[in-house]
Design a protein around this ligand. Structure first.
Ligand code: BGC
Length: 414
């Protein structure tokens, strides 16, 4: 086993020009700590180990990764960056600008990433023409999950408009069921907000408001309607929602305490880890309206000293994008592979729907980056928006005031 591992590593190390004797090691910072997430990251740990790597785990709990990003900053500031970090969207380029990322172009070119990744995903992985991150998957964010029995018992179909959603929620409340399982954490508020905004405003409005930060869109009547719907939805969550973790909200749908959750398809990873079957125990549909909000998880390697660590980065980058990992990891994680050449035959109906709609929205120009999951904006800009969304959701602020605060917050961010 050991000899096999060294042979593999030596080949890799030679290819990358580093020492032939290096034994790959990696300290990996990530925020995959829920049941489904832990099962998924274990796939990478096992592959790394079976290829001779030594993995030091640095999990930082906290959905959406805010706590992980705070931990990362502290480590980099103290001059002790982890070797590999779960990092995505423009944050990759922001860290690159600080001069702390390693160039993984050698692996990317040797493995032919440009031929197997869609251009839109590859674009997120590049920093001034060099490869600076390795993509793991494509998560869709604008999903609505439902407990199949609860809907059937109450004569409710999956909603296809926000009016239908509201009507179903009122009916459920009358029947004593919590309509919407939600965790009052700012990133979860933002997750619901962007799905509502896409549904009510449509893809072009989403692009203008949450990608281009167009002041006219931000202060429009449409934006007022978006906040109105958020206010309506505040009435559909239970009184204990504050601070609840997203996976506990998923569990409420699983056990029938609540009917719906609006959450990215990492929620499906929780259903699957609990042995639930899509289409039978739980239902998936895109949230009402057109478009597709994507969220690509990826790993960036930080500049580190030592041949072992460098060999660890090369091995990790290679394994992450390789077909086997892309398949097995994503079967657990709820997402779909970032590579276009992995067959989806073994994937469930929700994953197949995601892949199909990723293709159709890409062709229609409505495949859009998730702002709530750090794919669309710089951190300071998305943070400014989320602060307003959360302040509105957790108070009696009017929609008109929220719109004004939103425009001001965006204008003052950079
Ligand atoms: C990440 C997912 C993760 C989710 C909940 C998202 O931002 O992209 O991989 O499962 O947060 O923590």
């Amino acid at each position: 086993m050991k000899r096999f591992a060294l042979a593999t590593v030596s080949t890799l190390a030679v290819a990358a020009g580093s020492s032939v004797l290096a034994e790959p090691e990696a300290e990996v910072l990530h925020w995959w700590t829920s049941g489904g997430e832990a099962k998924s990251v274990a796939v990478l740990q096992e592959e790394f180990a079976s290829n001779g790597g030594t993995w030091t785990d640095m999990p930082v709990a906290g959905g959406g990764g805010d706590a992980a990003m705070t931990a990362l900053r502290a480590r980099v500031l103290s001059g002790n960056a982890p070797t590999a970090v779960q990092l995505k969207g423009p944050a990759i380029q922001e860290w690159y600008e600080e001069g702390v990322l390693a160039d993984i172009s050698g692996v990317a070119e040797a493995e032919g990433w440009a031929e197997v990744l869609p251009a839109s995903i590859a674009g997120h992985m590049k920093c001034e023409g060099t490869w600076c991150a390795a993509p793991v998957n494509v998560h869709r964010v604008d999903w609505i999950w439902a407990n199949a029995d609860v809907l059937a018992a109450n004569g409710i179909e999956m909603p296809t408009t926000w009016d239908e959603f509201n009507a179903a929620a009122v009916k459920l409340m009358d029947a004593g069921v919590i309509p919407l399982a939600h965790g009052g954490q700012s990133w979860q508020d933002a997750t619901v907000f962007e799905a509502v905004l896409l549904g009510i405003g449509g893809p072009e409005f989403y692009q203008k408001a949450l990608v281009d930060l167009d002041p006219e869109a931000l202060t429009s009547d449409t934006m007022v309607q978006v906040f109105d719907q958020m206010r309506t939805m505040r009435g559909f969550v239970d009184e204990n929602f504050s601070g609840r973790d997203w996976n506990l909200a998923t569990a409420m749908v699983m056990n029938g305490e609540a009917a719906f959750q609006i959450m990215g398809d990492w929620a499906k990873g929780e259903f699957l880890a609990a042995g639930k079957t899509p289409g039978e125990d739980f239902l998936c549909a895109s949230t009402p309206g057109d478009g597709y909000l994507y969220n690509v998880d990826s790993f960036a390697m930080f500049s580190v000293d030592g041949d072992d660590k460098k060999a660890g980065q090369e091995l990790l980058a290679k394994l992450i994008v390789a077909p086997n990992f892309q398949k097995v990891f994503n079967l657990n994680k709820g997402s779909i592979p970032a590579r276009t050449d992995v067959a989806l035959d073994d994937f469930d109906i929700c994953a197949n729907l995601s892949a199909e709609e990723m293709g159709s929205t890409s062709a229609a120009g409505s495949l859009l980056p998730s702002y709530a999951h750090g794919m669309a904006l710089r951190g300071s800009q998305s943070g400014a928006i989320t602060d307003v969304v959360t302040a509105h959701f957790n108070s009696d602020m009017s929609s008109a005031d929220a719109v004004q605060q939103l425009a001001d917050a965006v204008a003052n961010s950079y």
